[in-house]
Design a protein around this ligand. Structure first.
Ligand SMILES: [Zn+2]
Length: 199
């Protein structure tokens, strides 16, 4: 083998070494990409906070106050919820929001009006919500007909008329589940806030 052939062999050998190094680099990059994609596929369903967060919101009653409030401040309460141990015992099946005649009422969640009128001498509005809950307002009147659909936050009536314990100083806000058990509306409003807190 002459000098020229040896140079040629060295040149080819170096070219082959470079080619193998490039292939190893390309293979390493490919492995990293595949691993990264696998991690995205495996991890993303667990790492997206809204997947569980929105489910919580959906399970939660997702109510807002039926009177306008400033930010996240609760309206003043004249009387809190007091669920009796037995259905026939006295208690307070709702909360009394301290407010006066003429206060605008807004729907605390999507739903529709199922009753608007007199119950004995009391002026009452009832709303059935999409989650099966029913909320009641006393004293209150509405110009909307029975069956009117409401969006959360939509105005549906005002505080006015007769009540057996509120009249002109408060609004009694009652809340029942589908199986007719009473709930504390304050708890339901706060449950929504907890569900919507950023993770
Ligand atoms: Zn009351």
């Amino acid at each position: 083998m002459n000098h020229k052939d040896r140079r040629k062999r060295r040149f080819v050998f170096r070219r082959c070494q470079e080619e193998r190094r490039r292939m190893r680099q390309n293979n390493a990059v490919a492995v990293v990409i595949v691993l990264a994609l696998s991690l995205v596929v495996v991890v993303s369903p667990r790492s997206v906070p809204s997947a569980s967060g929105s489910a919580d919101v959906g399970c939660a009653a997702a109510f807002i106050w039926p009177v306008r409030t400033s930010g996240s401040v609760d309206p003043p309460l004249a009387r809190v919820f007091d669920n009796p141990a037995q259905p026939w015992l006295p208690g307070h099946r709702g909360v009394d929001i301290a407010t006066g005649t003429g206060t605008q009422l807004v729907s605390p969640a999507d739903g529709h009006i199922v009753f608007s009128g007199k119950v004995a001498t009391k002026d009452v509005i009832s709303i059935r919500h999409a989650n099966g809950y029913t909320t009641t307002y006393e004293p209150s009147v509405s110009t909307l007909p029975k069956g009117a659909a409401l969006r959360q936050g939509q105005e549906f009536g005002i505080v006015r008329g007769n009540s057996d314990h509120c009249d002109t100083t408060c609004l009694h806000w009652g809340m029942k589940t589908g199986d007719r058990s009473y709930r504390d509306p304050v708890h339901e409003v706060h449950k929504r806030r907890i569900a919507l807190k950023p993770l």
